[in-house]
Design a protein around this ligand. Sequence first.
Ligand code: FAD
Length: 463
Amino acid sequence: MSGDLKACIEALSGLDLDVNPATVQQKSRDLYWYSPILKRQLGAVTADFVVAPRNEDEIVRILATCWKHDVPVTVRGAGTGNYGQAMPLFGGAVLHTKHLDRIVRVGTDHMIAQPGVVIEHLEKTARESGREIRLFPSTAGTATIGGFIAGGSSGVGAIRWGGLRNPANLRRLRLVTMEEMPRVIELVGDDISKAAHAYGVNGVITEVEIPIDPASDWVDVLIGVDGFDRATELAVALGEDDTISKRMLSTFEAPIPELYFRRHGPFLVDGEAAIAMMVSRDTLPALVAHLSRLDHAHLRFRADAAEAPGKLPAVYELAWNHTTLRALRIDPSITYLQMMLPREKLAESFAAVRETFGDELMMHCEFTRFDGVVTPVGLPLVRFTSEERLEEIIMTIEAKLGLPVFNPHRVTLEEGGMKRTDVGQLEFKKQTDPKGLMNPGKMIAWTEPDWKPVPGKTFLFAK
Ligand code: FAD
């Protein structure tokens, strides 16, 4: 698909360009290798050049030039996405947002930032004025805010605020279209969903406005629980207890904690399930009181205790997708899935998973608020043996157990997400990227608007 590359690169002279094949390949990769399937499929993917704009005018110039020469453009933040979102399947340009790293404004209830700002920096800056951001991925130390909004979905903060799909969590996006004369568009309200979690297929986000709130002093906590079902039951109760203010609530089935949370090992008890929480310091006594009434749950670690060592990772780096990362570091054969769990049938669902898969799956849940209701999302670890078996597990979970899977082993928006066309994003792409040059190969609906998923089959684009 890569059009007239030579003319394109010449026309972009004077910009921060990289055409060295080795570094271009590095910047063409994200954390796709997380998935054994994507690792095989995407290993050879590379762009033809990387361009790093210094401002919005340069983005307009890059998009107009690439449009003219039919060169695809894939935007890259920090490249921590783990579904190959930022990988240029059809070559062309990687547009790197590394120079767009300025916080534009910190208000009392909002922040405005360029897309390349690292999320941890946003949080630190908000805290300087007694505020905090609402949501961040467990990769906040390296990931960018533009990459989170375009490629992520939820994370720390979800137990208070829900995910990125909650319209209250994003105030405004500014984006540049890819046309002969690129336009700058501002999206607010419901329109934000046209470009949020769209993998950058319908424009380059150049500015984001997010809400900020009065900051709390969060304390990391680990609770050991006798049995995973009891841990889940307790997590639901703690999630619903508004006297305990929380930023994160996660549960892990044994033996995940004892096998993979090595640095916290001295505080954990073998055989116990664990709950990881971030609790506000002023409501921690309410948690302690709650636990003191139970004989099957024990506070095993609190980061503010005198005996807590100074250099432990934050508990959010045990949770979300970091659970898989910790397991992968110890056992490279581990992979994971993402699944919905019906709130009203949690114990039955876990029993069915256990009965069907034994220790091939180890449950891990993150608790969020969907429309105000505390709901777990399953991110089970899977002992990977073969691609065929992984596909079979997914089909069994969906068809036999009736639990929808958001497949993290697919590169397209539809296969990894809701398994259907997002009409709003498709219509928007027709207006903002009429030649289909932005991150091609990530939106099935662009080439097959009537696509329907076939269990066990991967949608592959012809090059
Ligand atoms: P990239 O990977 O560079 O890009 C992500 C997508 O956004 C790509 O499609 C890219 O083309 C597009 N994009 C980037 N910038 C722009 C822009 N300016 N305009 C338009 N499109 C753009 N995700 C979560 O949601 N929650 C988590 O808790 C979480 N935890 C993770 C833990 C681990 C260990 C790993 C490996 C991944 C995790 N992720 C999580 C996935 C990922 O780290 C996050 O979504 C992260 O925010 C992506 O940011 P990034 O800057 O690395 O984006």
